[in-house]
Design a protein around this ligand. Sequence first.
Ligand SMILES: [Zn+2]
Length: 330
Amino acid sequence: MSLTATYRIAPLIVDIARLHFHERVDSSEILRLPIPSQDALVANWGLLDILGLLLSSNEGQTVATRALAFTWKASLATVTDDVDLFLHYMRRTGACLSGGKCLSILDRAATWTAADWDFYCPHEGFDSFCLFLLHQLDGVTTHHTDWYGYDSNGNPYSTDGICERRRIRTDRATFDVMRSSSSSAFHPIAYFHSTLVMNYITADSFCIAYPNSTLVRKIGLIQSRQLRPQASSALQKYRGRGYHFYREARQFIAAPSTECLPHGYCTRTRRFFGDKHCISVTFGDTSTSTHVVGSRLTTSWVFGGVACTTACSAVLLRHHAESVLVGTSD
Ligand SMILES: [Zn+2]
C-alpha cells in the first residue's frame, strides 16, 4: 500500500496548519520515535495539526497519511467487521460519506457525533452500494423514496441533486443512501443548506470545500436560494453542536467593500470540489484510486444570489451545480 499522500490545500490553510504544528510540536522528535509511538501520539491530534505534519517533510507526510487512513478505517470498523470489503465496494460504486458523520470524522476536534451514516452515490453506483449493505451487512430497508418528481416530459428530476434515497438499517448502524441525479456522487452536496457540511470522504480521500470557516471558525454560510423546510431543523441541530451560521459571507469576512470576497466565499464564485479553495487529500491506497468509479468527475457550483460587489457581476445568478470532468490529462 502506497503511503504517499496527494493533496491540494488552500494557501490560507497551509499557513494556519504550519503555524498550528510548529507552535506545538518538535517534528524531528516525533520522527525519531518508533512507529507505534508516533501513531499513538498523532491519534489525538486535530486535523490542522495533522495537515501541518503532512506539510512538514516526506517523513511527516508518511506519519500523517497513516493517521488519516487509520481514523477513517477505525470509524468504518464500528459498522463492519470487514473494512477492506467496505472500502472495496465504496471504490467500485463511487460512494462517498457526507453530512454530519463525515463532518464529525473530519473535524477531529468535534465533541459531538452523528447517528446516521449518509452515503452519496453516483447515479450508476447507487443500486450496487445498496445491495452491498443489504446482502453483505445483512441490512434491511426501512424507508425508500423514489424519484422526487417528474418534469413535463415524464423524466425524473430533483432540485437537490438527489433522485432516490434508501434508508438501510443493520444491527450496528443506520445508513441513508442517496442516489445522485448525475454520475458525480458529489452533485447533491453542492445543494446542501450550508458550507459547513460541504465535505466528503471517499474510500481513499477527503475534501473540505470551505476549510477556514468549517475547521477554524466553526461557522457556515447558508445558501442564498430557497431551502427545503427540513433545512431549518438541520441548521438548528448544528447550532446545538456549537456552530454558527450567516446569511452573507460579509458578516464574517472583513473585506473592503470594493473587493470580491477571498477564499471562494463570494456567492458568484464558480467553485468545484478539489479547487484551490478546498482541502483535498488522498490518504488511502493511491494505486487503486484511479479505478474508483467517478474519480475523474467532480461537481462545480455557484451559490447564487446577489453579487458581493458590483465588480463581481450586476446580474442576479441562480444557484447552480453541474458535473465536470477533471484530471483527464494522464
Ligand atoms: Zn464577489
